[in-house]
Design a protein around this ligand. Structure first.
Ligand code: UD1
Ligand code: UDP
Length: 357
């Protein structure tokens, strides 16, 4: 079996860490990195720390509007698919790299396998929602993290085969979190004490591209009643800088701003945080697994099970609601969601069953 995998940004490197090495034991994997994320701290560090195999092709396509970026990726991926002649193209999640890989394959008549299929926020103003819906409808094999997404796919009458395999990010988190919990280095560097600080990430276009919403985010962070560590996503850094608001945050004594962190340092900070404040998708799951209450800076989430379990609260950019959520005591129960840490194995098995010789 010959698999061409398209990855391009930070969460996809983490997801590939659960699949690629195992896949390469039983199949030929042509790993394509679109270059959507390109800084070492957004890309290379994940390959190094998590043992993701080196890409076969690095397209270095960089940034642009969603449309430009996707179009450039399509033009670059199509000839690779023609040259490499894979049995299947594998894509993860919901980014522009996901849609470009899926669409280029489908247009070439090559089957698509989509990992993290069926997730929905039901908010079509998010570029990710368009990418997810379109990729699911292009896919032959739809591999889901839990049961809820299979219901979305059934309601949308997708044509491919749907299977629940668990969540590949959970595989990586379950491996790394116990080790990271013992690593005090990142807490010392940020000068924070276990249980007393919040870890914050924000990068969603809907939160940082609109100056009015970005200002609400800044005010929310400035008003936090406890220390905060903020590893700054490059999109957010650029938008804050453009508005002249970065210095305000840098000057706030309780906020420690760092560059984007590697997975190990980030996980070390996550596991000992009082709470996680985030608009990330992946981080909501990782906080749940670490037993850290999550306060989500959005009004929708795809990871509804974490909200239903009482460990995640959606506050959008409402500062009083975020501060109130900080005072909540988390539930005592934390059921296993999104699988048992063996999703990567199941992804490989499903690929072999569907596309193996
Ligand atoms: C993308 C995904 C988003 C995902 C996120 C993960 C889409 C539509 N969005 O958003 O779903 O949650 O990745 O982090 O695919 N930049 C750098 N260095 C880098 C990468 C980006 O400086 O290595 C800057 C560029 O100025 C760029 C901006 O960040 O304009 C945004 O990057 P881009 O990949 O377009 O979108 P993300 O916000 O990262
Ligand atoms: N992450 C990291 N360092 C950081 C911020 C996030 O290693 O400074 C990891 C995080 O643990 C998770 C992934 O990056 O595995 C999530 O990526 P991101 O939030 O950029 O994307 P999303 O999940 O929202 O698509």
């Amino acid at each position: 079996m010959r698999v061409l995998t398209v990855i391009g940004n930070r969460p996809q490197f983490v997801k590939a860490a659960a699949v690629s090495r195992r896949l390469q034991e039983v199949a030929t994997e042509v790993l394509v990195h679109t270059g959507q994320h390109y800084d070492d701290e957004m890309s290379a560090v994940f390959f190094d720390e998590l043992g993701v195999p080196r890409p076969t092709h690095e397209l270095q396509l960089g940034t642009g509007s969603n449309t430009e970026q996707t179009a450039r990726m399509l033009s670059a991926i199509a000839p690779l698919i023609a040259a490499e002649r894979p049995d299947v193209v594998l894509v993860y999640g919901d980014t522009n790299s996901t849609l470009a890989g899926g669409l280029a394959a489908a247009q070439a008549g090559v089957p698509v396998a989509h990992v993290e299929a069926g997730m929905r926020s039901f908010d079509r103003s998010m570029p990710e929602e368009l990418n997810r819906v379109l990729t699911d409808h292009l896919s032959t094999l739809l591999l889901c993290s839990s049961a809820a997404p299979t219901e979305h796919l059934a309601a949308e009458r997708v044509v491919g085969t749907v299977e629940v395999v668990g969540d590949v990010m959970v595989d990586v988190a379950l491996l790394v979190q116990p080790r990271a919990r013992e690593d005090d280095g990142p807490l010392r560097s940020a000068e924070v004490t276990p249980g007393e600080y919040v870890l914050v990430t924000a990068h969603r276009a809907g939160n940082v591209d609109d100056p009015e919403r970005l200002r609400r985010l800044v005010d929310l962070l400035l008003g936090l009643p406890c220390p905060a560590v903020l590893p700054l996503h490059p999109r957010t850094g650029a938008r804050l800088d453009a508005q002249g608001w970065l210095d305000e945050l840098l000057g706030a004594e309780h906020v420690s701003i760092t560059p984007p962190l590697g997975y190990l340092a980030f996980t070390a900070l996550l596991t000992r945080a009082r709470a996680m404040l985030t608009d990330s998708g992946g981080v909501q799951k990782e906080a749940y697994l670490a037993g850290v209450p999550c306060i989500t800076l959005r009004d929708t989430t795809e990871w509804t099970e974490t909200v239903d379990a009482g460990w995640n609260v959606l506050v959008d950019l409402d500062a009083p609601a975020a501060y109130a959520a900080l005072e909540r005591t988390p539930p005592t129960e934390r059921p296993m969601l999104y699988g048992d840490g063996r999703a990567g194995e199941r992804v490989v098995d499903a690929l072999v069953r569907a596309f193996g010789d």
